[in-house]
Design a binder for this molecule. Structure first.
Ligand code: RTP
Ligand code: MG
Length: 140
């Protein structure tokens, strides 16, 4: 098994409802270690750049607006097969389709305000981690 790192975001719907501790507990129970974490306010420019892959999707404008509606917590999670393990704990994008024990099933408000983001591949994880963190901020 490979030790990986992945980029996690606790989205505005989660910070607004003061759910960051409950969500972090689920990550830690799944064997993921929070090796970097900070609370930041995204802007239209930074959220737009982060979600640039979705630029042509119909939900892009609404997604960016929702991501800048309150602070987010950005994190680096480390653990065995962290990318897939993290996506497993998050559950399906649409909370109605998410497994009952997952973050999204328990906490998401909607398919868009779905509480968490996680990188979808090891390659994207490296890019997304570098988007938010300097190497010196990650302390395993
Ligand atoms: P994420 O990238 O945030 O970890 O989520 P994901 O892979 O499960 O979903 P993705 O398809 O990459 O979509 C990114 C985010 O866009 C919002 N979304 N809204 N209204 C809609 O139909 C819709 N579909 C996706 C969600 O916030 C999703 O997490
Ligand atoms: Mg995605």
């Amino acid at each position: 098994m490979a030790i990986e790192r992945t980029l996690s975001i606790l989205k505005p719907d989660a910070t607004r409802r003061n759910l960051t501790g409950k969500i972090n507990a689920l990550f830690e129970e799944a064997g993921l270690r929070i090796v970097a974490q900070k609370r930041i306010q995204l802007t239209e420019a930074t959220a737009g750049q982060f979600y640039a892959v979705h630029k042509e999707r119909p939900f892009y404008g609404s997604l960016v607006a929702s991501m800048i509606s309150a602070p987010v917590v950005v994190q680096v999670l480390e653990g065995e097969n962290a990318v897939l393990a993290h996506r497993g704990v998050m559950g399906a994008t649409d909370p109605k389709k998410a497994e009952p024990h997952t973050v999204r099933a328990q906490f998401a408000e909607s398919i868009e305000a779905n509480s968490v983001h996680g990188s979808d591949s090891l390659e994207n994880a490296a890019t997304e981690i570098a988007f938010f963190f300097a190497g010196t901020e990650i302390l395993p």
